[in-house]
Design a protein around this ligand. Structure first.
Ligand code: ATP
Ligand code: MG
Length: 240
């Protein structure tokens, strides 16, 4: 739950987030859309405190994570994050990429972490690439691995920042399919994307941002078929 979140840069001359409040219920998929520079990434990065908000509250499971006294590392572990660029460790093979955090941070044994990683790799059709290095995989494969790596930490919520924007068009589908599967299994997700088809099909709620403000939010039907504000109408005319 995000309450009145503000993030200012340069002494307040840039209002990247200007009083944002949103709710993500358990099992819900929230898709954030909006033009470049509207604050989508800043909002997503604020959710796990990669950005420190200027003002406002963020609660995860009723714990106020913006309270300086809260152990943020503990809460970060519950939030899986997938970026536009995959950020896999280039010097480790896929299996090592997947097991390093669960063994070091969750205290899992190597066998336990490996078994779980292989199970998830199986699900995304990449079990046969466990020994490969990131440079030997396609962009779509790397992004599916990045999703699996986040899932290996058993997150309560998954955050995606334009996970398909850097991919060749023919690889977008395979990544979106993994995300759809995750959503259908009841994972709570916040997804920044320009894939309006995904938003229509998978989102429970769509949030439209412009210039740091939350302009409209609603069901895909409300946002795409019955936009209220001129700003959303103009945006949709451009992207659809
Ligand atoms: P895009 O679709 O291009 O990824 P976005 O909606 O994710 O855009 P943000 O990256 O959140 O937008 O940026 C929101 C605003 O905050 C922009 O005006 C950006 O220039 C500004 N901004 C973001 N990070 C910083 C920073 N570290 N210092 C100063 N300004 C910043
Ligand atoms: Mg962004």
């Amino acid at each position: 739950r995000v309450e009145n979140l503000k993030k200012y840069y340069k002494g307040g001359t840039i209002k990247a987030l200007d009083n944002i409040s949103i709710n993500v219920d358990e099992g819900e998929v929230v898709v954030i859309i909006g033009p470049s520079g509207s604050g989508k990434s800043t909002l997503l990065r604020s959710l796990n405190l990669l950005e420190i908000p200027t003002e406002g509250n963020i609660f995860v499971d009723d714990v106020l994570i913006t309270d300086p006294k809260t152990d943020i590392n503990k809460h970060r572990q519950k939030m899986g994050m997938v970026f536009q660029h995959f950020n896999l460790f280039p010097n480790m093979n896929i299996l090592k990429n997947l097991t390093i955090a669960p063994t070091r941070l969750l205290g899992k044994s190597k066998d336990e972490a490996t078994e779980y990683a292989m199970e998830l790799l199986e699900k995304v059709g990449l079990a046969d690439r466990a020994a490969a290095y990131p440079s030997q995989l396609s962009g779509g494969q790397k992004q599916r691995i990045a999703i699996v790596r986040a899932l290996c930490m058993n997150p309560k919520i998954m955050l995606f920042d334009e996970p398909t924007s850097a991919l060749d068009p023919e690889m977008v589908g395979e990544v979106l399919d993994v995300m759809k599967e995750l959503a259908s299994q009841g994972m709570s997700m916040v997804v920044v994307t320009h894939e309006m088809g995904f938003a229509r099909e998978v989102a429970d709620k769509v949030v439209f941002m412009d210039a740091g403000q939350l302009i409209e939010q609603g069901t895909p039907e409300q946002i795409f078929e019955h936009p209220q504000s001129e700003r959303l109408k103009t945006f949709l005319d451009k992207v659809i």
